[in-house]
Design a protein around this ligand. Structure first.
Ligand code: PRX
Length: 625
């Protein structure tokens, strides 16, 4: 703890000296940098005159530094197949695939969409893009063809990397079919490279679609090497789409050096990473957690990374614990939703496995409730393993607030203290700093290396969304409180963003999907508390004139949202109503709807409410149910 305090002080007093020393010592450079930070809010440039390559830092340098035979990826397929890939094998696989992309004419600055299952070819595809300076954007395999299309268009991508399908609960998720549907409207995509995973029947369009393995075979032996491009520190590494407060997802842009430094250092600090650790983060690479803590952070740190393709409950509820036992996992990082779902199944599942290899447990994506924390600590960690509750966001790139295991005294439910170099603050609506134990907005005062650089194609939205609430400071969109020990308690979003199973979802996105349906006149969506997923989607819908079978329509609307966004966005509940509560200016009062689904009582200021009867009837409807 002493050491942490010292480091924190140093970083706070001399941030540039702190970060530049780490960047020099921890990253491998082709050309060293001289400038540490150029800060013209909201535009930050870190280490801008240096040159490096993220893939070289994650792969090649470890082969050169004596880790050639160390496992880099330890993979478990859902059906039970397995692969171990060492750092030297990873270098070869990544180089070969980079040569495939290169031979097709793709080069630095081009954009590739990656839509794949959790197989080793997924990180290989990311790293191959990074090696060439091709900007990647991974779209989570649970997103629909429609969502995929919007992202391809927004990014103006010319390459798509996918697979025939992937395995989830014993069933095939047919990814290539979704790509085919999306590409009907995306004429700028020149090629689709398809990895064969499930071996099922798919369509291949002549000239456009190519099998990964066939392209590789054509390379011959000289394909094993591919020199990494020497890229600027601020070269865009990837864009990852996340939900905001409008219907349109935001393309969060991260660049090379700062992102890599932030994710690598936080991996080392937060998980106390040691040379022989077997590290497992259960997220999907399609979300920021997978980017930062399956691929870039741990690989830059030279770790052995476990990756699992499928569902935690397949073939039974002990799949996670069976993998921990089999691979002797030492560091385990998962979400509160996964923990809550497994708590429900009882202790017999973890109790039937030897979990003694575990050393550090992590939690991410949403607040962890005390009951889940206790169970994780007692039943999984046997009261030996510290739990690191890590607070961060797609935009922050890496972990911002978290305990350091073994050092920081824990308080269940609190992400505890900021990492060195992170300067959070709690402010009121006017941007004034609040005293301890007051709830307010969580902001970050000073720039940090792994911060979001812009929203792809929309710098204006970037400025408005994150930098205008408190001028010069980063607005997180979360509410929080700091206690008398300086510990942070993150309370949840203050905007129209829901958090379902640790996945960010915008109310507007679901609403605009619902109103596309021919039967729907208006829709208002809110998150309601849910025992397992934290929040669930609840939709209030008014219908166009006509005779409707609301039972059937409810099912149809759920399917509809699944098709437009993805199955994970389907409303759990749809309530049909005659009207929605609105202000006099016609804005839907989501706050009231939120209160209806959270409690029965409606409190607070309702003087702006257009029609009090609407509210009364919505509340009664629930009482009747
Ligand atoms: O509300 C916070 C919540 O998740 C949001 C970020 O979502 P996303 O960008 O999808 O990234 C998820 C993985 C980092 C935050 O604004 N959140 C994340 N971690 C925590 C959390 N809330 C409470 N405690 C956490 N540890």
């Amino acid at each position: 703890m002493e050491q942490y305090r010292e480091m924190y002080e140093r970083a706070a007093n001399e941030p540039e000296a702190f970060w530049s020393e780490l960047a020099r010592n921890e990253l491998s450079w082709f050309e060293p940098f001289r400038k540490t930070l150029e800060w013209n809010p909201p535009v930050a440039k870190w280490f801008s005159d240096g040159k490096l390559n993220a893939c070289y830092n994650c792969v090649d340098r470890h082969v050169e530094d004596g880790r050639a035979d160390k496992p880099a990826l330890i993979w478990e397929g859902e059906p039970g197949d397995a692969r171990v890939i060492t750092y030297s094998e990873l270098r070869k696989l990544v180089s070969r695939f980079a040569n495939v992309i290169k031979a097709l004419g793709y080069k630095r600055g081009d954009r590739a969409i990656i839509y794949m299952p959790m197989v080793p070819e997924l990180p290989i595809a990311l790293l191959a893009c990074a090696r060439l300076g091709v900007i990647h954007s991974v779209v989570f395999g649970g997103f629909s063809a429609e969502a995929l299309k919007t992202r391809i268009e927004d990014l103006d991508a010319t390459l798509v990397i996918t697979a025939d399908g992937g395995w989830r609960r014993g069933k095939e998720v047919r990814l290539k079919d979704a790509v085919d549907a999306a590409l009907r409207d995306c004429p700028n995509v020149r090629n689709v490279i398809v990895h064969r995973r499930t071996g099922s029947q798919i369509e291949m369009q002549n000239g456009r679609d190519l099998w990964w393995h066939e392209q590789e075979q054509q390379l011959g032996a000289q394909g094993d090497t591919c020199p990494p491009e020497q890229l600027d520190s601020e070269h865009p590494l990837f864009v990852l789409y996340t939900s905001g407060t409008t219907g349109k997802p935001k393309g969060i842009l991260h660049t090379t050096a700062g992102y890599l430094l932030g994710t690598m250092m936080s991996t080392k600090w937060v998980f106390d990473l040691q040379e022989n650790d077997v590290y497992w983060c259960t997220a999907d690479v399609g979300w920021i957690t997978g980017h930062s803590y399956i691929v870039y952070g741990p690989l830059a740190a030279g770790a052995s990374v476990v990756m699992y393709e499928g569902a935690p409950d397949y073939p039974a509820f002990d799949r996670f614990w069976a993998i921990v036992e089999k691979l002797k996992v030492t560091i385990f990082y998962t979400s509160p939703t996964a923990i809550r779902a497994l708590v429900r199944q009882g202790d017999k599942w973890p109790d039937s496995h030897d979990l003694s290899s575990l050393r550090v447990l992590g939690s991410v994506g949403e607040p962890i409730n005390p009951a889940a924390w206790e169970w994780y600590y007692r039943v999984i960690g046997k009261e030996r393993c510290p739990i690191v509750d890590t607070w961060w966001q797609t935009e922050t790139g890496g972990i911002m607030i978290s305990p350091l295991p073994g050092a920081t005294p824990l308080k269940p439910g609190s992400a505890t203290l900021p990492l060195p170099g992170v300067v959070p603050e709690i402010v009121d609506t006017k941007g004034n700093t609040l005293r301890d134990n007051r709830e307010g907005y969580l902001i970050i005062r000073k720039p940090w290396p792994s911060m979001v650089r812009t929203i792809w194609g929309d710098p204006k939205r970037f400025e408005e969304q994150y930098w205008s609430k408190v001028p010069g400071a980063y607005f997180t969109g979360d509410a929080a409180r700091r206690d008398e020990d300086g510990y942070y308690w993150v309370l949840g979003r203050v905007d129209d963003v829901m958090n379902v199973s640790g996945h960010r979802l915008s109310t507007m996105e679901v609403e605009s999907s619902l109103v596309h349906h021919p039967a729907v006149a208006e829709a208002a969506v809110v998150g309601k508390p849910h025992e397992i997923t934290g929040q669930a989607v609840c939709a209030f819908v008014t219908l166009k004139k006509g005779e409707w079978d609301t039972g059937a329509l409810s099912q149809e609307l759920r399917q509809w949202v699944g098709k437009e966004i993805g199955a994970f966005a389907r409303p759990e509940e749809i309530r049909f109503t005659d009207a929605l509560p609105k202000t006099r200016s016609g804005k839907i009062m989501r706050r009231l709807l939120r209160e209806i689904v959270t409690s029965h009582a409606v409190t607070g200021d309702v003087t702006t409410l257009e029609d009090m009867n609407v509210l009364a009837s919505l509340s009664t409807q629930q009482d009747e149910e």
